[in-house]
Structures are given as structure tokens and as C-alpha cells.
Design a protein around this ligand. Structure first.
Ligand code: NAD
Ligand code: TYD
Length: 352
């Protein structure tokens, strides 16, 4: 049985990747390593928690002794690394937390992987380190006809994207220097279920429910390219199994939205679902002070992934957004627990 380590599996995207791998690959044993920071929530994985091929391990990727022991004990065949500090606004207030987890944590995992890879090589066994990254490392686009491709020069503009860019460079350096097999993907903004409500879409869904203001930074002119989280997880599956060693794959949905247009659409969907008169929720839109150094536009060209590995998104944006809104409206307890922090007290008692 192959042992696969997935880091950050209790977070938004990681939980979707864990669910997909646990259900699709009974021949793998999936280890979920997560520190359960504010963004990690085991309630995201209740449906797979009892699966025979799944183990949760609470731990911090920056803890070198712990990571080395974990790798020695389990001899993983592959690592899919998602654990990270992921929110740009938090990175503006506390960049060091991003350096610690995203840079030092990644290098700690790379060092443990390097030792394991050397051992596997002697035994003629394969090993892969898959690093999950973001399109934000490419910086901000200002020309409408421009898209990020895999060869676009890195130009990170926020402490978050700078820390992710740094981790991407380390991963590639380990391939070049130690010949350790790696693959990297850079994905656009995700949306879907289990998304922590500090990010734009779940924040607006929660605030519309509560009748609270919807804070739009600046004039709402910034553009993001949105991908349904399940399609990101599907892409990670394809790249992990079919991606070429040492390559980078961009993942995105050709789905650009100005923030203000996206929030207006979301307001209308919510009004329909809640039985409100159309226009009710749009009244909550409130323009607030812009984010410092706010990137204007991200847009991904995912041609390489589509043509070389045959990946396609499974839903349109309208379908994905409707599924997302439905999930939040059917899981209001999840949303309330996350907003109140109650989920953390529960798991702290279980795992302390
Ligand atoms: P998230 O913040 O929802 O989850 C991160 C997870 O990592 C949490 O479960 C948290 O507990 C865990 N974690 C944080 N620090 C840790 C540490 N030191 N040790 C162990 N675990 C730790 O993030 P997400 O949105 O699911 O993003 C996952 C990955 O995908 C990140 O690497 C992010 O950069 C990347 N990504 C995210 C997006 C997006 O739109 N959210 C887009 C592209 C790429
Ligand atoms: P976010 O979900 O934080 O993702 P990212 O910064 O990684 O793209 O933000 C998406 C966009 O929405 C981004 O342009 C910032 C903007 N935004 C707001 O206008 N208001 C908000 O309250 C938040 C959280 C984001």
C-alpha cells in the first residue's frame, strides 16, 4: 500500500484533496498532517475520518524533530504539500508567520523528503514531492491581453506571495541540486465549500446571512480568476499521477471577475435562495479602504495542463457558485462554529 502524506489537509483545499484521494484510491494510505491553526478544521473531513485508509496527524511542519521522525517512521512514497498561511491580509499584519510556515516549513519538509528520497533510490523505489502553490507569485497583470503562463517571471507583491514564491524556488532548487523528483502547480483563486469566511466569497455569504456590510476594497475593480475547489483537487490528482517530474503546471478556469461584479452576482443568487426581493443584498455593499499593495489582476493560462494532461474544469462558474451557496446555506452550523471559533476549542481538547 502506498503511503501519501498530504499537509494542510484540514484546511479549505487540503480537505477536498484528502476526500478525493481517500475515496478514489483505497490502495493508498493517506496521512493528513495539519497543525490545526485557525484555518484548520477537522469538521471539514468528518465524512472520511473513519476511513481505513486515512490517518490524521496533528503537527507543525516547522518542527524539524517531529517531521524527521514522522518521515522515518512512515517512509512516505509521496508528499502533497498544501499547508500554508494563506491569507494576504494576515500577511500584511504579520509577515513573519508566513516566512515561518511557508518558507521554513517547506524547507523542513524538503529536507526530510531529501533523506527519504536517498533511501528510496537505494531500494529502487519512487518518490515525489508535489508542491501546491498560487498564481499570486507571478505578481499583478495590468494589460488585458496578458495571462500568467508557466514561464512568466516571478514578481510577488505581497508578503504572502513573496513567501510562496520563496517556497517554490526552494522546491525547484531541491530538484536541481539533489535531483529529488518534484512537481509544482500554481493555481488561481479557489471557491467552494469549507472555505474559511475571511476570504471574499464565504465572507460575503456569511455577511448577507447576518445582514452585515459587504466590505469591498477600493472600488472593487480588482480582477480574480476563480476556480471551483473540486476542480483544483481534480487537477492535483492528475498532476500527481501524470505530471512530468520537474515541471510546473498552471491551474485556472478562464473565469475572470471584477470583485464588484462577483459580489453583485453573489448578492442576487443569495436573494433568490433566501426568498428576498432581488437587490436587497446589494444594499449591503460597502466600499472600504483598499488593501495595501492590492494586486490589480490575476489571470491564468492553463493550456499546458489541458493539452498535456487532459484536465478540464467540471463545472461552469454559475454551477459552481450555486453549489457553493447551497452548501453554506445547508451547513450554517459549520459557518457559525467557524465564525465563533467554537470548532477550535473542541479540537484543542481532543488533540492536546
Ligand atoms: P487554508 O488556510 O484554508 O489551509 C491551510 C491549512 O494548513 C490549515 O488546515 C492549517 O491548519 C494548516 N497549516 C498552517 N500552518 C501549518 C503548519 N505550520 N504546520 C502544519 N499545518 C499548517 O489554505 P487553502 O486555501 O486551503 O490553501 C492551501 C494551499 O493552496 C496553500 O499552500 C495555498 O498557498 C495554496 N493555494 C490556495 C489558493 C486559494 O484560493 N485558497 C489558490 C492557489 C493556491
Ligand atoms: P481574497 O479572497 O482574500 O483572495 P486573494 O487576496 O488571495 O485574491 O480576496 C479576493 C479579492 O477580494 C481580492 O482582490 C481582495 C478582495 N476583497 C475585498 O474586496 N473585500 C474583502 O473583505 C476581502 C477579504 C477581499
Amino acid at each position: 500500500m502506498k503511503k501519501i502524506l498530504i499537509t494542510g489537509g484540514a484546511g479549505f483545499i487540503g480537505s477536498h484533496v484528502i476526500r478525493l484521494f481517500v475515496n478514489k484510491y483505497p490502495e493508498y494510505h493517506i496521512f493528513n498532517l495539519d497543525a490545526l491553526t485557525y484555518a484548520g478544521n477537522l469538521a471539514n473531513l468528518e465524512d472520511v475520518a473513519q476511513a481505513k485508509n486515512y490517518t490524521f496527524v496533528k503537527g507543525d511542519i516547522t518542527d524539524e524533530t517531529f517531521i524527521n521522525e514522522l518521515f522515518e517512521k512512515n517512509q512516505f512514497d509521496g508528499v502533497i504539500h498544501l499547508a500554508a498561511e494563506s491569507h494576504v491580509d494576515r500577511s500584511i499584519h504579520d509577515p513573519m508567520a508566513f516566512v515561518k510556515t511557508n518558507v521554513i516549513g517547506t524547507v523542513t519538509l524538503l529536507n526530510a523528503s531529501r533523506k527519504l528520497f536517498a533511501q528510496k533510490q537505494k531500494e529502487n523505489k519512487s518518490f515525489l514531492f508535489y508542491h501546491v502553490s498560487t498564481d499570486e507569485v507571478y505578481g499583478s497583470l495590468h494589460n488585458e491581453n496578458e495571462f500568467f503562463v508557466e514561464t512568466t517571471a516571478y514578481d510577488p507583491q505581497s508578503p504572502y506571495s513573496a513567501s510562496k514564491a520563496s517556497s517554490d524556488h526552494f522546491v525547484r532548487a531541491y530538484q536541481n541540486t539533489y535531483k529529488m523528483p518534484v512537481v509544482v502547480s500554481n493555481c488561481s483563486n479557489n471557491y467552494g465549500s469549507h472555505h474559511f469566511p475571511e476570504k471574499l466569497i464565504p465572507l460575503c455569504i456569511q455577511n448577507i446571512r447576518m445582514g452585515k456590510p459587504l466590505p469591498i476594497y477600493g472600488k472593487g475593480e480588482n480582477v480574480r480568476d476563480w476556480l471551483f475547489v473540486i476542480d483544483h483537487a481534480r487537477a492535483i490528482d492528475v498532476i500527481f499521477h501524470k505530471g512530468k517530474i520537474g515541471e510546473t503546471y498552471n491551474i485556472g478556469g478562464i473565469n475572470e471577475w471584477k470583485n464588484i461584479d462577483l459580489v453583485r452576482l453573489l448578492c442576487d443568487i443569495m436573494d433568490k435562495k433566501l426568498g428576498n426581493e432581488i437587490g436587497t443584498s446589494q444594499k449591503l455593499i460597502t466600499f472600504v479602504t483598499d488593501r495595501a499593495g492590492h494586486d490589480l489582476r490575476y489571470a491564468i493560462d492553463a493550456t499546458k495542463l489541458r493539452t498535456e494532461l487532459g484536465w478540464e474544469p467540471s463545472v461552469t462558474f454559475e454551477q459552481g457558485l450555486e453549489k457553493t451557496v447551497d452548501w453554506y446555506l445547508h451547513n450554517q452550523i459549520w459557518l457559525d462554529n467557524v465564525t465563533s471559533g467554537a470548532y477550535q476549542e473542541y479540537y484543542e481538547k481532543q488533540y492536546s
